[in-house]
Design a protein around this ligand. Structure first.
Ligand code: C2E
Ligand code: CA
Ligand code: CA
Length: 696
């Protein structure tokens, strides 16, 4: 930095001496105040004045005053030249703004030393100014141009904007969609999304209280047009001595675009694309979250499980089913509230997450409501299903277990009630039942796959008495299961499990084999005209190649086909009438006897019996039991017998336990009887013994 000095003195010799002494500085001179002011205007780079006080025209004091008056010159350092006896003048001059004085006669070394001090002061000041300038420039540049929003403010209470003093940069204004003045007016709290406000206020108060010195979060600002700006925000306190000035800085980055992509991804991962409902993953997250929160309110899951969407698709096509499911989703969604959130956990499963209800009655009430709605609305679509309810225990957090329980309950509801949407509440009893069912299934599966197991499937045989000949004409083969874990299990329990799992097909083949072995044993014992009838369920009868396999086994076992009977229930006709008749025709023509089991309780009306090409109707135990409580002339059992005869079927009465029943049946021409009165189901050896004893 060059120092330029103006020397103002009316004494030409003084001017000369000073000029010489300071020749290494830039020197200009003036002989009085007027000329001095003139020189200042011409040489704008003068930064030091050596000023004599006593001068004609305009003296040194007047120059000092003029300098003080002028904005441009006020900062110029002025050193006054005084005489030894002019102490008052020195003081006056210093008061008027001079920074130093030099007494005349001028002592050269002292003059030089002083000028050097002032020159270095000037240089230091200049350097300092330069640095400040640079800093201001850097800060302003960042503030104005950086691609992030910056606000510096002092604001004790964000909800009371009166107290705000703030600086915001253009990006901050752009992100929030508001000018600095508008922002100062509204405060940030009122333009923060309500869902983010609570969290931020919590942080902010901690910051103001000095508990933390910064926080960061992703939050939403509501813009004036109502749209949302997502930002990543860092707020930090500023250490400022001045209480009233800015005390924190807030830096924003606009992440709206990224957030939108993120939200879209999140939406996709949490929703079913067809129906727009929350999906299973979303329910899992919610349950896990609520467990973490240690909610003390009552919570439950209410599941709606559609049972026949597969069938719908087969019958009417994929689009039809999709549309039906969407309609059900929309209908159910109308019942979704904050405390009853609807999820679709699987294509054909819906779950209401129920919160804060009073008791089970509330759940059942809501379940019934949904059941009614679905039944009335979707009866035409032939959609049915089950409704299950699981109450969530406080310490239950395993989502898989909960959803499994829910499925157990709704599945149970489906199998218990069949057609309509009924409710089943999950409890320990149901759990025990299901685990028992699983054990049975495992046992059956091991047997079906010839695994080495101590569980046993075998047959008992119940004699059938021909009333016309008074001889035992045959046996009904009844399956028995005995497992190591559960002991003896009734076929009433294990046959439906075998049917549900389709294991009945291979289990059935084993039963057929055992029944044929018994027919052969009977032959060996000399009873070659005594037949055995085998119960065949619909799934077996309609499974592919059922008859082929049966004929093959009959061949291999070398049994007389005339001794083979099968019993089927009327419900077989309900599932596939034409196919059933086709299979039965083939069996009948080959010589197999066919009986309709449990006749009178099921699906078919007597009228359609014309078309049933079967040999026997087994009159259900229900009509035989009736004989005990109804006056003989009022009972309809005789009508069933006579109509069956007219239609060309023989009759077998089931579950005959009393002599009186037997009498009635004899009197009304029933062909055959079966029941405890004759004999309970017997093991093979017992059955042979029974035959021998019965003959004699
Ligand atoms: P079902 O075909 O109606 O068999 C008659 C059932 O009545 C048998 O029960 C038999 O033990 C019982 N019973 C016979 N006489 C009397 C009586 O006088 N009083 C009473 N109270 N009951 C009597 P079980 O053996 O428990 O079989 C139940 C059902 O299990 C059978 O009903 C049949 O539907 C099914 N089942 C049994 N074995 C097989 C099989 O090998 N295959 C298939 N698919 N189903 C079978
Ligand atoms: Ca039967
Ligand atoms: Ca029966």
């Amino acid at each position: 930095m060059t120092i330029k000095i103006l020397v103002v003195d009316d004494s030409a010799s003084d001017r000369f001496i000073i000029e010489n002494m300071l020749s290494d500085y830039g020197i200009v001179t003036a002989c009085d105040g007027v000329e001095a002011m003139q020189m200042l205007k011409e040489h704008r780079d003068i930064n030091l004045i050596i000023l004599d006080l006593n001068m004609p025209n305009m003296n040194g004091f007047q120059v000092l005053e003029a300098l003080y008056e002028d904005d441009e010159f006020r900062g110029i350092r002025t050193i006054i030249l005084t005489n030894y006896d002019e102490l008052d003048n020195e003081i006056r001059g210093l008061r008027l703004g001079a920074v130093d004085y030099i007494r005349k006669p001028i002592h050269m070394a002292s003059l030089r030393a002083r000028i050097e001090v002032h020159a270095s002061l000037l240089r230091a000041k200049k350097a300092l100014e330069q640095r400040l300038d640079d800093q201001t420039m850097t800060f302003e540049m960042i503030f104005e141009q950086a691609p992030i929003g910056i606000a510096i403010s002092h604001n004790r209470d964000p909800e009371c904007p009166d107290e705000i003093t703030m600086q915001v940069n253009p990006v901050y204004e752009r992100i929030t969609g508001r000018t600095k003045d508008e922002l100062a007016c509204s405060g940030w709290a009122s333009i923060t999304h309500p869902d983010d406000l609570e969290e931020e206020l919590k942080y902010y108060r901690k910051l103001q209280a000095g508990e933390i010195d910064k926080y960061s979060m992703e939050k939403r600002f509501i813009k004036p047009d109502g749209s949302v700006a997502w930002v990543y925000m860092v707020v930090a306190s500023l250490n400022s001595n001045d209480e009233s000035k800015y005390n924190h800085i807030c830096i924003l980055k606009d992440i709206t675009e990224r957030k939108q992509i993120e939200l879209e991804r999140k939406y996709i991962s949490e929703h079913n694309s067809q129906t727009g409902l929350y999906n299973r993953y979303s329910l899992e997250m919610r349950l896990a979250e609520d467990y973490k929160q240690k909610l003390t309110t009552k919570r439950a899951l209410l599941g709606i499980d559609l049972s026949n969407t597969q069938l719908l698709t087969t019958n009417y096509g994929f689009m039809y089913t999709q549309k039906a499911i969407k309609e059900i989703a929309d209908t159910l969604n109308q019942y979704s509230t904050k405390n009853r959130v609807l999820y679709q956990t699987h294509e054909s499963r819906f779950v209401f997450y129920m919160l804060d209800y009073n008791d089970k009655k509330d759940l059942i009430y809501f379940g019934n409501l949904i059941s009614d709605v679905l039944e009335t609305k979707f009866v035409m679509d032939r959609i049915n299903g089950g409704i299950g309810i699981v109450e969530i225990e406080q310490d239950q957090y395993d989502v898989d277990i909960l959803l499994r329980r829910l499925l157990i309950a709704s599945e149970r509801s489906k199998s218990l009630y069949g057609k309509t949407f009924e409710i089943c509440i999950y409890d320990d009893k149901l759990e025990a039942l299901v685990s028992r069912e699983r054990d049975i299934m495992q046992a059956l599966s091991a047997i079906a796959n010839d695994k080495d197991t101590n569980d046993r499937l075998y047959l008992q045989f119940q004699p059938i008495l021909d009333l016309k000949t008074n001889r035992i004409s045959g046996f009904e083969a009844l399956a028995r299961l005995n497992t190591e874990k559960l002991g003896p299990i009734s076929p009433v329990e294990f046959i439906p499990i075998a049917e549900k799992s389709k294991l009945i097909v291979s289990i059935g083949e084993k039963i057929n084999k055992m029944a044929f072995d018994f027919i052969n044993r009977l032959g060996q014992e000399g009873y070659d005209s005594i037949g055995v009838s085998i119960n065949i369920s619909a799934i077996q009868l309609l499974s592919p190649s059922f008859s082929d396999k049966l004929f093959k086994l009959i061949d291999e076992s070398k049994v007389n086909i005339k001794n083979v009977s099968i019993e089927i229930t009327e419900s077989v006709f309900a599932s596939d009438y034409r196919n059933t008749n086709r299979v039965l025709d083939r069996l009948r023509k080959a010589g197999i006897q066919i009986a309709i089991d449990d006749f009178g309780t099921g699906y078919s009306s007597l009228a359609s019996e014309y078309e049933l090409r079967v040999s026997y109707l087994k009159i259900d135990k229900y009509f035989i039991d009736k004989l005990l409580v109804t006056q003989p002339n009022k009972a309809i059992t005789n009508e069933i017998i006579s109509i069956a005869h007219k239609l060309g079927h023989h009759t077998i009465a089931e579950g005959v336990e009393y002599q009186s029943q037997l009498h009635y049946l004899e009197n009304h021409n029933c062909d055959k009887v079966q029941g405890y009165l004759i004999s309970r189901p017997l093991d093979e050896d017992q059955a042979i013994d029974f035959l021998k004893r019965y003959k004699s």
